[in-house]
Design a protein around this ligand. Structure first.
Ligand SMILES: C[S@@+](CC[C@H](N)C(=O)[O-])C[C@H]1O[C@@H](n2cnc3c(N)ncnc32)[C@H](O)[C@@H]1O
Ligand SMILES: [Zn+2]
Length: 312
């Protein structure tokens, strides 16, 4: 971690400020040490350059496995495509002007595919995640002076209030025990005039793959590594999803990810069948959460369910 990160942190237990005790430093990077809270004496380690506000990956072991196996699969600078950039625009609607020179929070950073876009737009980005995906995100972008990676839980975020100019969370909140409660933890971290955008699973686009809900009763209980290998079925199954007329039946019988890149097919199929929590929402429902949080200029974005708002 970089020392400058400390200015934005607050103890998740008592809200106190931190001092950083450095054990090992390599140039500007604190590789190991301890964050000590000056109010309540709470302590959190910095390990492998990442501040750790949780002791384990709790209910997201599937995401630890998924992202550590796919550290670069969806990273634009690695694929030399622009999938993440296009998706970022569709799912949070932020432009360069919203991020340039701003402090930005990526909630549920994964391997950092969207953090890379926010950084490219000139933002100083803090990415948090509960899973060991943080190791992958750090390996990808952690050396950048304007990137900070933290292992933390959305329900116990280690930040001072009203510090971020922009917050986004793409494909994350619906994988927590309670999507709405997770969302409501975020607006207090926004500065006045700050913007927030989230994307969560859409109830209606889930309907054609309703069978996956029944399979999940079994798949979420399987050993994660076994399930990951079972998801290789998505590689050949892709060709059945191309057969005219019959493809709808195949998709209904065994929903698998339909992407042309085989690695994405395995990854996203695992991403459907493995998470412990998976919820679906409507525009109407999520719009109401933004209003309940007192956010203004609430907008329904291009892709369901993507909503943005502003703190006034
Ligand atoms: C489907 S992945 C999306 C990752 C990234 N936003 C992306 O689109 O590539 C969902 C992420 O949410 C994280 N997550 C789930 N519950 C969380 C929580 N309570 N606190 C922080 N992260 C959480 C998981 O660890 C996982 O990396
Ligand atoms: Zn404390």
């Amino acid at each position: 971690m970089k020392e400058r990160l400390v200015q934005w942190l607050a103890c998740p237990e008592c809200g106190g400020n931190f001092t950083l005790e450095v054990t090992e430093r390599v140039s500007d990077e604190v590789k190991s040490g301890e964050l000590r809270c000056s109010r309540g004496g709470h302590r959190f380690p910095v390990m492998r350059s990442i501040p750790r506000f949780v002791e384990s990956d709790q209910y997201v072991g599937n995401f630890s496995l998924e992202w550590l196996r796919n550290r670069t699969t969806q990273i634009d600078s690695h694929t030399k495509r622009d999938d993440s950039e296009v998706t970022f625009r569709q799912k949070c609607g932020f432009r360069r002007a919203d991020l340039d020179g701003k402090l930005v929070l990526d909630v549920g950073v994964g391997t950092g595919r969207f953090l890379e876009i926010a950084k490219k737009c000139g933002g100083e980005v803090i990415g948090i995640d509960l899973s060991y995906a943080v190791e992958a995100a750090f390996a990808n972008f952690g050396k950048n002076p304007k990137v900070h990676i933290i292992q933390a839980d959305i329900f116990r975020l280690p930040f001072k209030p009203e510090i971020f100019d922009a917050i986004y969370s793409i494909g994350v909140l619906h994988h927590t025990p309670n999507t709405k409660e997770a969302f409501l933890r975020l607006p207090r971290l926004l500065k006045k005039q700050g913007k927030i955008a989230i994307w969560v699973y859409d109830y209606y686009s889930h309907l054609p793959i309703i069978m996956s809900r029944y399979y999940r009763r079994i798949t979420t209980r399987l050993p994660k590594r076994l399930l990951y290998y079972l998801c290789y079925i998505a590689i050949p199954y892709y060709y059945l999803l191309k057969v005219p007329f019959l493809r709808h039946i195949f998709r209904a019988i065994l929903p698998t990810a339909p992407w042309p890149d085989w690695r994405w097919r395995v990854l996203d199929t695992f991403d459907w069948y493995s998470p412990k929590y998976q919820w679906w929402h409507t525009d109407h429902e999520v719009f109401a959460w933004f209003e309940e949080a007192g956010l203004k200029n609430v907008r329904v974005l291009e892709l369901p369910v993507a909503i943005s708002g502003e703190k006034v």
